[in-house]
Design a protein around this ligand. Structure first.
Ligand SMILES: Cc1cc2nc3c(=O)[nH]c(=O)nc-3n(C[C@H](O)[C@H](O)[C@H](O)COP(=O)(O)OP(=O)(O)OC[C@H]3O[C@@H](n4cnc5c(N)ncnc54)[C@H](O)[C@@H]3O)c2cc1C
Length: 506
């Protein structure tokens, strides 16, 4: 009898973590001979997706090593691997706050992912399990009886009983009208396309000022770019700086129980105002003083001035606005689930950018490099971007900010990953949406069952169709963190294996 096949689309961090967890649990349940696992990965190598496929030394993990373990329930596995592979590490640990808290390059993390995959892929085969890796793009999926037929970019197709979408973070198809323009780069990755096409002495414009824009900047700085570099963004806000030793803090006001209390007493979901009110109480409790909230605004202040202040704050234990989101890192996704759709949309609209700059901060090492670029006058940030057009007459990009226009010969779109399905530059995702195999969620990503990670269609959880990572960015807040995705992989593999073995085996 044919083994039941599980096909994972995407051999990145999530795909590899899921593959290993499924193999382990099926082997332990002695069901590994009844199941085969296929990974479809479009890159030559596994573990080298958008985040961890970079070759740039300046592209650094934004999470410390002891939270980056790829194995379920073992977040510290990466820092243990670092200790065992000291010889391999060399200069790849860029901010050594002790190997557990170390910040390494993302390329080293990609090597770790591949190393783990290769080990368990060989072990699975040795244990007699049917496993295979297909290097192709999955471009579409059709229902085929209870299962699926997956169309591949090489013209072949693959039948599967269970499918898991682990296709990572598609870039955004923003400014599509510029895609065919010479010297326009639709994303900062892969960095080779920028390094091969942007001469060192030329001025460069970068759309955006978030972590993606910093990736583009580090690519240029890593390669000794001499020309002027300008960030053009809507709000001109850059991520703050990761706190070296965050002051330990336990929240008393903004807690899951206080949000649930609102649900219990008011029979409704908490509103964004109630959430922000609790945050304000929390921040004043943390700071032990009344806070003049008007003074916490960052718009209109020069990015270079804010960065200098943020570096000092980062080196002195941080502040309430950063340390409270950090203290909430393990609860924030649970809190997010307690908000209804309107609450999620209001949060993204009113608080989204402040949450992002305070929660997803840049490593101190990069902050100090950027400070030098500001001090040398090579970097500037221009807010209030309202328009970008291509001037055919001289082949430049005309950027309008506050009614003033600037011209750039080279332009990199670093506005960050797409949240909404319609903005995701992925043939697979667009085809699945077209065929209604996935349904967009208003708050971003697709509709999923947040417990089992099953894809929801027509209001029902699909019995054998799952999704992981960025595709769930609307219903799950922290899918831009490996540690959180690995947690969801624990739930998904338990549910999927129980579906196959038919018993509560896990
Ligand atoms: C620039 C950047 C930096 C980040 N830095 C960090 C960090 O420091 N720490 C952290 O915890 N998180 C970070 N993240 C978030 C990270 O995306 C998530 O943590 C996530 O877990 C990454 O795993 P993934 O498997 O979802 O994506 P990826 O690792 O990108 O893997 C997706 C894989 O799917 C493949 N694929 C995509 N489409 C197809 C298809 N149609 N057919 C076949 N294969 C396909 C891709 O080639 C890729 O290998 C970062 C994200 C970005 C974009």
């Amino acid at each position: 009898m044919q083994p039941t096949n599980i096909t994972i689309i995407g051999g990145g961090a999530c795909g590899i973590s899921l593959f290993i967890e499924l193999f382990l649990q099926l082997r332990i349940a002695n069901s590994h001979n009844k199941v085969s696992i296929t990974i479809i990965e479009e890159n030559e190598e596994v573990g080298k997706g958008l985040a961890f496929g970079t070759k740039q030394p300046g592209h650094i993990l934004n999470t410390q090593a002891d939270l980056m373990g790829i194995h379920f329930a073992e977040p510290a596995h990466f820092s243990e691997w670092l200790k065992k592979h000291d010889s391999k590490i060399g200069d790849e640990v860029v901010d050594n706050q002790g190997e557990d808290q170390a910040f390494t390059t993302r390329r080293l993390y990609g090597d770790y992912l591949k190393d783990q995959f290769d080990h368990y892929f060989e072990l699975a085969k040795k244990e007699g399990m049917t496993v295979d890796l297909i290097n192709a793009s999955a471009i579409d999926i059709e229902k085929e009886g209870e299962g699926f037929n997956i169309q591949l970019s090489d013209g072949n197709s693959k039948s599967a009983d269970f499918v898991v979408l682990a296709a990572g973070t598609p870039v955004a198809n923003m400014y599509e009208e510029l895609n065919d323009k010479k010297n326009y780069f639709d994303s900062p990755w892969p960095s080779s396309k920028i390094l091969d096409n942007v001469p060192r002495n030329e001025n460069v414009g970068i759309l955006g000022s978030s972590l993606s824009a910093i990736d583009a900047l580090m690519t240029l700085a890593d390669n000794h770019h001499q020309g002027q570099i300008t960030f053009y963004s809507l709000d001109g806000l850059m991520p703050r700086v990761q706190v070296e030793k965050p002051k330990p803090y336990t929240c008393e006001f903004l807690t899951v129980s206080n949000l649930h209390k609102i649900q219990r007493e008011e029979l409704r979901s908490p509103s964004i105002f109630e959430v922000f009110r609790l945050f304000m109480n929390e921040a004043e409790n943390y700071a032990e003083v009344k806070i003049d909230w008007k003074k916490t605004g960052r718009e209109g202040i020069r990015a270079s001035t804010l960065l200098k202040a943020d570096i000092k704050i980062s080196e002195n234990g941080g502040d309430a606005l950063m340390n409270i989101p950090y203290a909430l890192r393990y609860e924030s996704s649970q809190m997010w689930k307690l908000l209804d759709e309107a609450g999620k949309l209001s949060f993204k609209k009113w608080l989204g950018s402040y949450w992002a700059v305070n929660r997803h901060c840049m490593p101190l090492v990069n902050a100090k490099r950027i400070e030098k670029l500001f001090d040398s006058g090579q970097l500037q940030v221009i807010p209030k971007l309202s328009d970008v057009v291509f001037d055919e007459t001289d082949g430049t990009f005309v950027l309008t900010c506050k009614k003033k226009t600037s011209k750039e010969k080279y332009l990199i779109n670093a506005t960050g990953p797409a949240s909404g399905v319609k903005d995701m530059k992925s043939d697979l995702i667009q085809n699945l949406a077209k065929h209604n195999l996935i349904e967009p969620e208003k708050a971003g990503g697709i509709k999923i069952n947040t417990q089992t990670m099953q894809i929801i269609n027509d209001g029902k959880s699909c019995p054998n169709f799952y999704a992981l990572g960025h595709l769930a960015n609307g219903l799950l807040l922290d899918v831009n963190a490996v540690w959180y995705n690995v947690r969801t992989i624990g739930n998904l593999s338990q549910h999927l294996i129980n579906r196959i073995t038919g018993e509560n085996s896990l």
